[in-house]
Write a protein that binds this ligand. Structure first.
Ligand SMILES: NC(=O)c1ccc[n+]([C@@H]2O[C@H](COP(=O)([O-])OP(=O)(O)OC[C@H]3O[C@@H](n4cnc5c(N)ncnc54)[C@H](OP(=O)(O)O)[C@@H]3O)[C@@H](O)[C@H]2O)c1
Length: 333
């Protein structure tokens, strides 16, 4: 398959440190250009990563006729504006999560996508990891009975006032950054959308961003809950309980490319969280998988497994969690 030619908008840490090197491992992803607001930074990143072209503006990169697909890891408030611009220039777009600041804003990308006839996907790399596909297969097989509960926790500590996550006006805060993962993955496992949400949310008094959020989601088939925080010790957990058994994930959200993942499978016969079975998933880089799945869809003309409509649905849940925290009431999704 002819490699897809990719351009990257900005020298964002996630791109330079994780996504670009991972996509460079693939024979079907060719990163040909990187842009920065600062040409020196673009040139330095291009030299370090062996990228042929550096641009001094995002506009210049988008205008490059060689480039077929854009990876957009800009701060959250720039996801929709630059993804729309890239789409209107005829580029396919893989855009970092969260795709937008609201579901309404995300929905505007559907128009841009359809007008331009390109593909746009929200870059939730975890869904491209075989661990989560395997978990979904186990749920589908009925091995844990009927899925009724999914619970997640995602926390780290970041007190840097200059970090984009601690800037309220550009889409900072824990819910956008990490609460979005348990939301995506509970929707992925239930293969359905929640009906309503209720939430507690605490903001950092100086940053104005949400630093501790817990929410309860009612799905047609069961319930999900999660907590996320940007000011707690680093911790990840996720488990799913069915009528006949359960799944527990050793590394639910940030799977390392050199470390196997383990899914613990319980049947309720052993005490507490002790599994009856453990499935090991061989190490793989989910950023490579994500880039390859998207590149293959471009080349083969396939529909995306996670189209923009899925990203809009995820944003609807985030909107409902924010609304519930403000009103203290249940909110329909
Ligand atoms: N999927 C994942 O695993 C994952 C992990 C981490 C982050 N992310 C997502 O990736 C995005 C970037 O996160 P990051 O931590 O890599 O961010 P970051 O290092 O702060 O990078 C953001 C980049 O955007 C550019 N930029 C343009 N306007 C800006 C502004 N007003 N303020 C700050 N930067 C601006 C800058 O690049 P130039 O100066 O070069 O133009 C900057 O380097 C976020 O949406 C985040 O949610 C995803």
């Amino acid at each position: 398959m002819k490699p897809v030619k990719w351009g990257v908008l900005s020298t964002a840490k996630i791109g330079v440190e994780k996504v670009i090197p991972a996509m460079q491992q693939s024979e079907i992803c060719d990163i040909v250009a990187i842009a920065s607001r600062d040409f020196t930074r673009a040139r330095a990143a291009a030299a370090e990563l062996g990228i042929a072209k550096a641009y001094d503006s995002y506009d210049a990169l988008i205008a490059d006729p060689d480039i077929e697909a854009i990876y957009n890891p800009l701060p959250n408030h720039l996801h929709v504006p630059w993804s729309a611009k890239a789409a209107m220039a005829g580029k396919h777009v893989l855009c970092e999560k969260p795709i937008a600041l609201t579901a309404d804003e995300a929905a505007t990308l559907i128009d841009a996508r359809d007008a331009a006839g390109v593909l746009i996907e929200e870059a939730f790399m975890v869904r491209h990891h075989p661990q989560w596909r395997r978990a979904r297969d186990i749920v589908r097989s009925g091995r844990i009975g009927t899925l009724r509960i999914a619970q997640g926790c995602f926390a780290y500590s970041n007190l840097d006032p200059d970090n984009i996550r601690n800037k309220a006006d550009i889409g900072g805060g824990g819910l956008y950054d990490i609460g979005s993962y348990p939301i995506t993955l509970t929707r992925f496992l239930f293969e359905d959308e929640p009906i309503r949400a209720v939430a507690l949310l605490e903001r950092d008094p100086a940053f104005g961003t949400d630093r501790l959020t817990s929410a309860l989601l009612q799905f047609p088939q069961g319930q999900a809950s999660f907590t996320c925080s940007t000011q707690l010790a680093r911790f990840h957990a996720f488990h799913a309980l069915g009528t006949e058994g359960w799944l527990r994930f050793e590394l639910p959200f940030t799977m390392e490319p050199d470390r196997p993942c383990r899914i613990m499978i319980g049947n309720g016969d052993l005490p507490g969280p002790l599994p009856a079975d453990v499935e090991t998933i061989e190490p793989v880089d989910h950023y490579t998988c994500q880039g390859e799945d998207f590149s293959r869809a471009i080349r083969n003309g396939d529909a995306l497994e996670f189209p923009l409509e899925n990203a809009v649905a995820n944003m609807r849940v985030i909107d409902a969690v924010f609304r519930s925290a403000e009103t203290g009431q249940w909110q329909s999704v």
